[in-house]
Design a protein. Structure first.
Length: 74
């Protein structure tokens, strides 16, 4: 389960070379629990704030669910 003040990584997108393994700390969760505001803790953009859909974060209770979609180029 994704929780406030938890530290998570982003899920990866299949066939996307720009995936990162940086840590993000959840600082706010929307009332409907669909969106989270995060601060990036590691990496080039450390200290920056981002908003993600909650399903984009890697849930430690479901580590096998590590992908969020696939990039398809035509």
């Amino acid at each position: 389960m994704i929780e406030l003040n938890g530290i998570y990584k982003l899920k990866h997108i299949i066939n996307f070379e720009g995936n990162i393994d940086d840590d993000f700390k959840v600082v706010a969760i929307s009332k409907d629990k669909k969106m989270v505001a995060c601060v990036q803790l590691t990496g080039i953009d450390a200290g920056e704030r981002f908003v993600f859909m909650i399903e984009c974060l890697l849930d430690p209770e479901h580590p096998e669910d590590k992908y969020y979609g696939e990039l398809i180029e035509k």
